[in-house]
Design a binder for this molecule. Structure first.
Ligand code: ADP
Ligand code: MG
Length: 250
């Protein structure tokens, strides 16, 4: 029996009269890549936001490495080892790529980001080296001194991924990491995510591109109208008539 890194137990969340998540259960095993797929508006991003503490569920629990996260802030959850790439990249547009990647490296050490220690430490060679290496890993090495605002949408997503990776998270959550990318960039991102997987990092990936899903996922859960309607290996999901129905019948 492998270890469950993330356990979502019986989570419900409504926005006014709209049930965004109903009765959602999810188990993510250590070292695996778990994909969440489903039509637009199915509740995928809401589920991810519940996992990182940005949205509190109406009922149910999220458990990370055995710790119940009911009362944790997003920062505390990040400190426990959970990093995420949101659907809309959250970067510091006025700073260079290198500074963008160095900030979360410091944040992951002392739990909060303070300007003075950052100003002092930004010359610390080790962190700088690691930030440069991480940028190179995501294919942005040559742009390290550019302003983040100047990046294309796809490159901003890669930058955000680098900002996650430098934290060495135990669990990485990705919300449509290839959205807005060309096929070429998508393939590069898939290769990068495969490399990360070889290093043993546990991942949850929300993705609409089935080529990406089937290249990366060990398990797939299908969300439709706020409910998990199927969960299984890629082969099991491919042949599941309920999945076809949710996609075709909406
Ligand atoms: P997905 O990521 O699968 O496309 P979302 O989780 O973004 O779906 O949204 C699920 C449903 O919840 C949608 O109907 C969406 O409009 C609604 N929703 C999401 N966030 C909010 C919010 N903050 N307030 C009100 N409704 C929301
Ligand atoms: Mg979404």
């Amino acid at each position: 029996m492998t270890n469950s890194v993330l356990h979502v137990a019986d989570v419900h969340k409504s926005f006014g009269g709209l049930r965004a998540l109903s009765d959602v259960d999810l188990n993510v095993e250590e070292g695996t890549t778990h994909a969440i797929i489903g039509p637009n508006g199915a509740g995928k991003s809401t589920l991810l936001n519940v996992c990182v503490g940005r949205i509190k569920p109406d009922s149910g629990h999220v458990v990370f490495n055995g710790e119940v996260l009911d009362n944790h802030t997003p920062d505390e959850i990040n400190q426990l080892g959970v990093s995420r790439v949101f659907q809309t990249p959250e970067i510091f547009p006025d700073l260079t790529l290198l500074d963008n990647v160095m900030i979360p490296a410091f944040a992951s050490r002392d739990g909060s980001f303070k300007l003075r220690p950052f100003a002092k430490l930004r010359h610390e060679a080790a962190v700088r080296d690691e930030a440069e290496k991480t940028l190179a890993d995501v294919g942005l090495g040559v742009m390290a001194e550019r302003e983040a605002a100047s990046l294309s949408r796809g490159d901003k997503r890669r930058l955000e991924l680098a900002m996650c990776l430098i934290q060495h998270p135990k669990l990485l959550l990705l919300d449509e990491p290839t959205a807005g990318m060309s096929r070429h960039d998508t393939n590069r991102t898939v290769d990068l995510l495969k490399t990360i997987k070889e290093r043993g990092m546990t991942k949850v990936i929300i993705e609409h591109d089935m080529h990406v899903v089937f290249s990366l996922a060990d398990r797939i859960s299908v969300l439709a109208q706020g409910r998990i309607i199927a969960s299984g290996t890629p082969d099991e999901i491919k042949g599941n008539p309920k999945v076809q129905e949710a996609y075709l019948g909406g």
